[in-house]
Design a protein around this ligand. Structure first.
Ligand SMILES: [Zn+2]
Ligand SMILES: [Zn+2]
Length: 431
């Protein structure tokens, strides 16, 4: 089913491996805790929204969020963590060995558009969820640890979470699961899949010559680029559903009276998953090399690491949906269920939470906020307005409650973490 550029695809044969049917013992405690935080979280949410900061420059948000966590009991906060100025880590440890649950707190905004991706709401939901989980852990004497990661630079291919992953942030805290959410206007779902992408910067180095005097002495870098472009166009017939190849010529040569010595283009590849991306990248690179081979130009391909697709953990998603659906006033649309009829929600966008989902079980819940007057989706001016409203904030608190419920289930339910990890291994094997 296609709706506003988003496709919801039922996948036969995908079934929950978990028969888990947890209780809702802690729901009212979670609900009460987050409601009691609401009054102090609203100005924080508004402050982040009204002070948009670009990737890796989230200094105000970093300060405000770490100050807020420090104001709570029993949290140890590390600012500017892992050599990244605006990354931070906060840990609440029960002192008893047990599951380690984590929440990623995004903070960055978009150039010109401000918080048009609603990352202020992601910060609010993760913060509320993490603080509530820690409070329940202490109140009920549960074993384990709660970790909040301030993850900068999601926009603009910054890959803040990938940097933290590579620098050992998740390993050194012994993290078992990762939770996050993302606002939009279309879906309420914990079974969100996103696309994988990568960026190729291609340069051709030919040899300049006069176009009428002695063109035979030249090597035409523009010919190399045009032949490659046509090779990619031919390849498009054999690509798979979900494959997207976009090319922009960024340097098409200098003048009409020369054999072009230098040309360049940028190519973006999007696919349904990271393994398909590798295959497509090989095929497209071969097309680019073909242009160089045909003309004798030299080629240089610079690959910028993109994001992997997000693989949602179905056991965690079941837990999330249970809390989301039990809280009063369930908003539309209803989330996909995790059972025989389960559906994934495909979002045609990418996130570095995808890379996290390849490292550990993850939920990246999408949630619908009340839309702005133009019903604009993320990355529109309208969505920037929508993400600053009280209605959106209230929805983020609901997400925080469902994320906290999911995390508390992991801490409180013997054997659940094992089921979650078993599901994750099956998912990784399938890829
Ligand atoms: Zn965005
Ligand atoms: Zn975003």
């Amino acid at each position: 089913m296609e709706k506003d550029g988003f496709i919801i695809v039922p996948r036969e044969g995908d079934k929950c491996s978990s028969q888990y049917n947890g209780s809702l013992e802690y729901l009212s405690d979670i609900d009460n805790f987050i409601e009691s935080l609401g009054e102090s979280l609203w100005p924080l949410n508004k402050f982040i929204h009204d002070n948009p900061e670009l990737a890796f420059r989230e200094h105000k948000a970093h300060q405000a969020l770490t100050d807020f966590v420090r104001s709570q009991e029993s949290w140890q906060v590390t600012p500017s963590a892992y050599g990244i100025e605006t990354a931070w880590v906060a840990v609440c440890d029960s002192g008893e060995p047990g599951p380690v649950v984590s929440f990623n707190v995004e903070m960055d905004a978009l150039p010109v558009l401000g918080h048009a991706c609603g990352h202020n709401l992601i910060a609010t939901a993760s913060l509320a969820g993490g603080l509530a989980t820690a409070a329940i852990m202490k109140q009920h004497g549960l074993a384990g640890k709660v970790v909040l990661f301030g993850t900068p630079g999601e926009e603009g291919y910054g890959g803040g979470k990938i940097r933290l992953l590579e620098r050992g942030a998740y390993d050194s805290e012994g993290v078992d699961i990762s939770l996050i959410s993302h606002p939009g206007i279309l879906h309420n779902s914990a079974l969100v899949r996103t696309t994988a992408f990568t960026r190729l910067g291609v340069e051709y180095f030919g040899k300049a010559a006069h176009v009428s005097k002695d063109p035979w002495t030249g090597i035409n870098a523009l010919d190399a680029l045009v032949l490659s472009y046509n090779a990619v166009s031919a390849l498009r017939q054999q690509t798979m559903p979900g494959d997207v190849i976009g090319i922009a010529i960024t340097n098409g040569g200098e003048a009409t009276n020369v054999v072009h010595a230098y040309t360049a283009c940028v190519c973006m590849l999007h696919t349904n998953n990271a393994s398909r991306l590798e295959i497509l990248q090989d095929k497209v690179s071969a097309c680019f090399r073909a242009g160089a081979e045909a003309t004798g130009a030299k080629i240089k391909i610079n690959i910028t690491q993109g994001y992997k697709d997000h693989v949602p953990n179905r056991v965690l998603a079941t837990s999330y949906a249970k809390y989301w659906n039990t809280l009063p006033d369930v908003p539309d649309p209803l989330p996909p269920t995790c059972g025989d009829q389960q559906q994934f929600t495909w979002v045609k966008a990418s996130t570095d939470q995808g890379d996290i989902s390849y490292a550990m079980p993850s939920v990246n819940a999408s949630f619908a906020i009340p839309p702005g007057p133009q019903t604009g989706q993320p990355h529109s001016p309208d969505f920037e307005i929508a993400s600053g409203t009280k209605g959106a904030f209230v929805r983020a608190l609901r997400v925080g409650k469902a994320l906290a419920g999911t995390a508390v289930d992991v801490l409180a339910t013997p054997g659940l973490l094992g089921e979650i990890k078993k599901q994750w291994e099956q998912d990784m094997d399938a890829i």
